[in-house]
Design a protein around this ligand. Structure first.
Ligand SMILES: [Zn+2]
Length: 471
């Protein structure tokens, strides 16, 4: 009975851990590495195991850094079941299809460049749409709270992690040679009291917890302050007469923003705006959200039940085609445009920035983390001029960053989640940069919890972990 840290140990992406029980091999997530040094090479590198020898995968949620290498795993010989939540499967279908399209485009670009340079070598896409859909075919859905034996000696229960729709923490009971241990893998844990989703859930006592630490050393701005700021920005923008651009992530953030716009429709005087959701992927993801209202919290369920029709705002236009997107460029005043990508590294938001960024009466509202080196980061950092499609564009629009919209819990949320598990089990911290993981480790230790930061390649003998007893 052994756990090995592989991906997402010491970093935030590429979540993947290897569990061996009774000679069977189970993966917890099989995520894509994003950002950092040479992510493409690292994603292409051989797995430290034979993919054909993996017996099953448990998928915590649909974010690409958790499911992005499933198609590759299948391509390399894996044929076992992938256990996941029904909503997670619906979202993974959208995200993996997008990942495949991106990977195929990237490979084409590299190959064109090589051809021009007289280089005969060719690269293959990391995976194709066909590979992605074949991975989706392997998925077996399990609802929250339903206990399932996924391999001999391995019983699984998903619990709502409150991070994105269908996200789960994974509660496992492992049995081997008369020894039983209970292992919990947090997946990504959401914020408590966030809109739409239920609060992160926990379950019965565990002997060991594998826990994310993305914001392990930080506290988010409060939801109330964030909403007050958002409302203020929109009211001021209407007075000043311009457009508001919201670069948004397709899954999670977009739906939260739409929900808050709907909930504050009167208070924020949104009636005479035109609101555009300008992203085919975000539209598809929103439709999955609206379809799975059974997973909403009480407020959102009541709101969904009151809705007579979809989309949820009377003045929301869903822009699927490039023509519909380009038509927005003719509007100079009174448009709220929600478009991807969230960090402005590509997608339709870049065109809207090109048309609006140099106009002082416009606003750009960021709602999430902007990584170093992205266009979004350059704008947030206050650069006077940025380059878009090779040309300089002056940044004259007002730029705002809303702090409270994270899909991840902060240190307080993570401590609260752990404290709700009976017996205060020991923790291995994963899915965090070292300072974040160490910050959470120290905070847990301060509460008398045994906590360590995981490193890739390190193995833990689970039978050797003392069982936790709860009085
Ligand atoms: Zn996530």
């Amino acid at each position: 009975m052994q756990l090995e840290f592989f991906g997402g140990a010491g970093e935030v992406t590429g979540s993947c851990h290897i569990l061996v029980v009774g000679g069977r091999r189970l993966l917890l997530d099989c995520g894509m590495i994003q950002g950092g040094a040479a992510p493409d090479e690292r994603n292409r590198a051989p797995f430290p195991f034979d993919a054909a020898q993996v017996d099953a995968v448990v998928l915590s949620h649909a974010h690409i850094d958790h499911c992005g290498r499933l198609p590759l795993l299948r391509k390399r010989g894996f044929r076992g079941p992938v256990y996941t939540n029904p909503a997670c499967r619906d979202l993974a279908r959208i995200l993996l299809a997008d990942g495949a399209a991106m990977s195929e485009r990237d490979a084409e670009r590299v190959n064109r460049k090589r051809e021009k340079a007289g280089d005969a070598r060719r690269v293959e896409a990391l995976y194709t749409l066909e590979d992605a859909m074949a991975a989706i075919q392997l998925m077996r859905v399990v609802r929250y709270g339903q206990a399932v034996e996924v391999l001999p000696g391995v019983e699984l229960t998903f619990r709502d992690a409150g991070h994105i729709l269908g996200s789960a923490s994974v509660w496992l009971t492992l049995r081997e040679n008369g020894v039983e241990r209970r292992l919990v893998f947090s997946g990504d844990v959401g914020q408590y009291d966030s809109p739409i989703l239920r609060d992160p859930e926990t379950g019965p006592a565990a002997d060991l917890v594998l826990m994310e630490s993305t914001y392990g050393d930080r506290l988010h701005r409060s939801r109330e302050a964030t909403l007050e700021e958002f409302g203020g920005i929109l009211r001021a923008a209407r007075r000043d007469g311009g457009n508001v651009l919201i670069p948004a992530f397709a899954v999670g953030r977009t739906q939260e923003i739409l929900y808050e716009l709907a909930m504050h429709f009167e208070a924020w005087e949104l009636g005479d705006w035109q609101v555009f959701l300008d992203s085919p992927m975000a539209i598809e993801a929103s439709e999955v959200y609206w379809k799975h209202a059974e997973l909403f919290d009480e407020d959102a369920q009541a709101w969904r039940a009151r809705l007579r029709s979809l989309p949820p705002l009377p003045n929301l236009k869903l822009c699927r085609s490039p023509d519909e997107s380009m038509a927005i460029n003719r509007i100079t005043n009174g448009a709220i445009v929600i478009a991807g990508s969230g960090m402005c590294t590509g997608g339709r938001i870049v065109h809207h920035l090109k048309h609006n960024l140099a106009r002082p009466e416009c606003d750009v509202v960021f709602s999430g983390f902007q990584a170093q080196g992205t266009l979004g980061r350059a704008i947030v950092d206050g650069r006077e001029t940025v380059r878009i499609h090779g040309s300089p564009v002056k940044v004259a629009a007002r730029v705002h960053t809303l702090g409270g919209f994270s899909a991840h819990g902060d240190q307080q949320d993570l401590l609260r989640w752990h404290a709700a598990i009976p017996g205060r089990p020991p923790v291995w911290l994963v899915h965090g940069e070292s300072t974040a993981a160490e910050g959470l480790r120290d905070a847990l230790r301060g509460q008398g919890v045994h906590a360590e930061v995981a490193v890739p390649g390190r193995t833990v003998d689970l039978a050797g972990v003392p069982p936790v007893t709860v009085q």
